[in-house]
Every structure is written in C-alpha cells, then in structure tokens.
Design a binder for this molecule. Structure first.
Ligand SMILES: Cc1cc2nc3c(=O)[nH]c(=O)nc-3n(C[C@H](O)[C@H](O)[C@H](O)COP(=O)(O)OP(=O)(O)OC[C@H]3O[C@@H](n4cnc5c(N)ncnc54)[C@H](O)[C@@H]3O)c2cc1C
Length: 475
C-alpha cells in the first residue's frame, strides 16, 4: 500500500506534521529508531518500564501532542526501526512515489509514499581533544538518554562541561538522580545584564522554559556545585576507573589563556550544542546550507518546508537547531503544506495561526543562537596535537589529516580528505568527525569552515544488518 505521507522521526516535528496530515484525512506512516514517540526531548522508558508520560513541565503542549499522536487511527507507527535510505524512480513505482528503506526488528522493508517528511532531529555536536574517545567521556545527550530511558546514572561523580544552556538542566537532573557534580565548566560567561536585556524578546510564549532554567540554576547553587566560567575541557586521561580532566581557562573567543586546573570524575558529560541529522536529506539529494549558529549544515527549504528534492519535506532540527517549540511549529506548518499538496483545503485562519506560532518560536531561537553559538575555530584548536583521534571509527589521527593536507596543496574539501585518509568511512559515516575535519581544514587553509563542504551520504546512511539490506531487494 502506498501511504500518502511517510515521516522519519517521531519527535515534536514529526508528530505535529503527522497529526496535521492525518486530521486532513490522509494516511501517514511514521518510522523512528526509538521504542516510543517523543523524540529526543520527550524520550521515555520503553513499554512496561515506563509511565505513559515523561516530564513535560516546561512544555504544556507536549502531553496532548503525544496522546493525540499515539491514538490517531490514520497514523501507522514503526518503532525500533531505522530508515536507512530513500529510493525513488524505481521501475514499477508511480512517478510521485518514494520508497523508504527501513530496518525493522523483523527485517528490512520498504514503505512507499506520495510525500516524505524528514524530521530526523539532531545529535550532540562532537568535539575532539586528547582523550575524548576514552570510556567515561560521554556526550550530554547520551548521559541524559540513559537517565530518561533507563533511569540509569552513567556514573556517580560527574563533570558537566560545554556551552549549551541544556547543561544546567542536565546538571539539575543528575543531582535529582543522586549524582555528585564535581564541577560545571562553561566555555562562555554567565549572561550579563546587557545580554539578559537582549534576550527579553524570547520570553513571551517561553516563560516555562526560562523558569525551568532558573529552577535548575537554583538547585545547582543550593548544592554548592563549583561553576567555572570561560573554561573548557582540553584533555582527559584515565587511570583505573577514574577520569582526570584538564580544565583550561579561555578568553571570550574560547581561546586558551594558559591557566589550567585538574578535576577527577567518573564521567564527563560534554555539551557544546547539537548538529542537525541530515544524512537522509543528503542521500535523497536535498540542497544544504551552512548555518553555524543553527548547528552547521542544514536542509534548505521554502516557506512551506518543501526541500529542493521533489516531494521531500523537512521540519525540526534538520532545518537548524532551534528547540522543541520551533520543531513543533515547523512540523505543523510542514503538515499543513503537505496536506494542501495532497488536495486538502486549508483554512486561511489555520495557516495564519501556524505562521504566528512559527514567528514566536523563531524569536526564541534567534536569541539562543546569538547567545550560544559555538566558537568552532577555537574548539578545533583542541584537536591540533598530532596524536589526537579525529575519526574514532577508523582511528584516524590529526597528524594523518595534516600530512595529507600538506602533501596535497589543492586539497580543500572534507570529502577529499575522506578519500585520502578514510576519515568518515566508518560505521558512523562521518557524523562524529565531519565537523572536526572541516574545522581542521579551515584552520590550516585559513578559510571559512563551510568552504570545506560536507560528506556525501549513500545508502545505507546508518549501519543496518546486511540481511535487512538484502530484504529490500533492488539496490
Ligand atoms: C540526545 C538529545 C537530548 C536532548 N534533550 C533535550 C532536552 O532535554 N531539552 C530540550 O529542550 N532539548 C533537548 N534536545 C534538543 C531536541 O533535539 C529538541 O529540542 C527537539 O527534540 C527537536 O525536535 P525534533 O522533532 O526536531 O527532533 P527529535 O526530537 O530529535 O526527533 C527526531 C527523531 O528522529 C528519529 N530518527 C532520526 N534519524 C532516524 C532514522 N534514520 N531512522 C529512524 N528514526 C530516526 C530519532 O530517533 C528521534 O526520535 C536534545 C537533543 C538531543 C540530541
């Protein structure tokens, strides 16, 4: 059966789009790797382990969104399933139909649809430095995922480091779960009065999120957790089961100033922000554009969230990391556009309301981007030592990449470095090294990071069992 719409991602963006299209009378299939709907932010324990609802305190709309999504009869869900490619223009397919290649718990299958929405979210921005691949060095998202989905603490003594405001929320969640926070190291300063005044336009419609941030900060202060400002983790060594972390003072551009101190921990939770998940969009041929504050390479789209690839739409973090409310608003607008393209009549008042929601969410995102954009050039300097691992899948070190660049004076792109050095050819297909490779090229060639381009994506865009790949047949 050909679905009217297939969606990859059951986060706020995917759920909002699915509802808009299903409520207009069309059939929708949604694929997600997770066990349940909710995406990254509303991740919940699977099945019987978990309550129906997670903690949505800062997002009053989330509970209703998830309930309506889970109960809608025209929405077919495929959880614990990975979309690993998009097939189109195959023999026997109607000219408007696309097929999604999906690895499910029972094998590989194809889902045919007239439209496709990529609402694939984001993942933690990787930052390479000596020791970043050691056990115990984790991304903040991974530490939080363990807490949310398994109710597990990654370790007892935790250092929380990075620059994203979510680090404070994570620290408070860890304290609630009984962890000891040895230190919070923030690459930037706490916001001053001028910045606070500039952030005022973000508050309308987002009061509860700010309140959540304030509650987290109050908890951290109550627990007397040491907070170091203008400080980054520049090195980690591991002895027995303990991590020793070198915390380096930085200036306002996050360049090291020379003053260091060391801290011990079981786990380092690192969070400098998020990188949009664009691998399926790349594989299906969508145009991308560079947006450093929005997380890096983002999928280009028109006002209705249609990408440059025919019948392929995009919403949420792949258009630029901008928080759950913006993802929800984008998904809703994309859903209305898709429903209209399938023949539904959308009321002007409904469209006007959707536009207003988008504008409100954009104001919040704009403030967040200005305040928390990562200083990519300074972070790339943390990986400049010859021995530092850049591509952890293929174990390619910075020395190998710098040698390749020195020996090939016309080598400018991340893809050329990949062909020469294999960085990006492992199971993660460059999700963890693309940004660092691009930033190293930029530093050495004295060029903007975006001039290094991005890796192409090929089917399968994520690792899947070979049998599932065979099951889908004609590839
Ligand atoms: C680990 C992590 C934790 C986060 N925690 C918070 C938080 O606590 N608070 C906050 O404000 N923001 C958090 N964020 C930011 C968060 O991404 C957004 O606020 C919001 O969830 C974005 O909604 P979305 O619908 O765009 O994407 P998401 O919510 O990320 O949903 C995307 C979904 O797509 C699925 N997916 C992606 N690729 C595939 C594929 N190929 N096949 C099948 N499924 C796929 C993912 O499993 C995911 O469920 C977190 C981000 C990450 C990466």
């Amino acid at each position: 059966m050909t679905q009217d719409l297939a969606i990859v991602g059951a986060g706020p963006a995917g759920m909002a789009a699915a509802l808009a299209v299903a409520e207009a009378g069309f059939s929708v299939a949604v694929v997600d790797e997770q066990a349940r709907a909710g995406g990254q932010i509303f991740r919940r324990p699977p099945g019987a382990l978990g309550e129906r609802h997670g903690s949505y305190r800062p997002y009053p709309w989330a509970r209703e969104l998830i309930e309506r999504f889970e109960d809608h009869p025209r929405i077919e869900t495929h959880f614990r399933s990975t979309a690993f490619g998009v097939l189109r223009d195959r023999e026997g397919l109607a000219s408007t139909a696309l097929e999604l290649a999906v690895s499910t718990p029972t094998g590989g299958r194809k889902i045919a649809s007239r439209r496709l929405l990529l609402a694939t979210g984001a993942y933690d921005m990787p930052v390479a430095f000596p020791g970043w691949t050691l056990p115990g060095v984790m991304t903040a998202g991974a530490v939080q995922s363990l807490l949310k989905s398994q109710k597990l603490l990654a370790g007892q003594r935790v250092v929380v480091a990075g620059s994203h405001p979510i680090q404070l929320i994570l620290a408070a969640q860890l304290l609630d779960a009984g962890a000891e926070i040895s230190e919070i190291a923030l690459a930037r300063d706490l916001p001053g009065l001028v910045e606070m005044a500039q952030s005022l336009p973000a508050i309308p419609g987002h009061v509860s999120i700010f309140a959540e941030g304030m509650r987290a900060l109050a908890k951290i202060l109550r627990h007397r957790v040491p907070i170091s400002r203008r400080t980054v983790v520049s090195e980690v060594v591991r002895t027995d089961n303990t991590l020793e972390l070198r915390l380096s003072r930085v200036d306002s551009d996050w360049k090291k100033t020379g003053a260091d101190h060391w801290v011990e921990a079981d786990v380092l939770a690192l969070g400098y922000g998020f990188t949009p998940s664009t691998e399926l969009a790349r594989q299906v041929g969508c145009d991308l554009s560079w947006n450093s504050a929005g997380g890096g390479w983002t999928v280009s789209h028109d006002a209705g969230f249609q990408s440059s690839a025919p019948d392929v739409f995009v919403a949420g973090e792949p258009t630029g990391v901008a928080g759950a409310e913006r993802a929800w608003a984008e998904g809703h607008m994309a859903g209305l556009t898709i429903a209209a393209s399938l023949g539904a009549a959308i009321q002007p008042a409904t469209l006007a309301r959707a536009k207003r929601r988008l504008a409100g969410a954009a104001r919040f995102a704009g403030v967040m981007h200005t305040m928390f954009e990562p200083r990519r050039a300074a972070l790339a300097e943390l990986s400049r030592q010859e021995e530092t691992v850049i591509c952890r899948c293929e174990e390619i070190r910075n020395g190998t990449i710098e040698d390749a660049l020195q020996n090939n004076p016309f080598m400018q792109s991340a893809s050329a470095v990949k062909l020469e050095c294999r960085s990006g050819m492992g199971p993660c297909q460059g999700r963890y090294c693309e940004g660092t490779v691009a930033a190293r090229i930029a530093a050495i060639r004295d060029a903007p990071i975006e001039a290094s381009g991005y890796f192409n994506a090929h089917l399968p865009v994520k690792p899947v069992p070979l049998q599932d790949y065979r099951d889908i047949g004609d590839v």
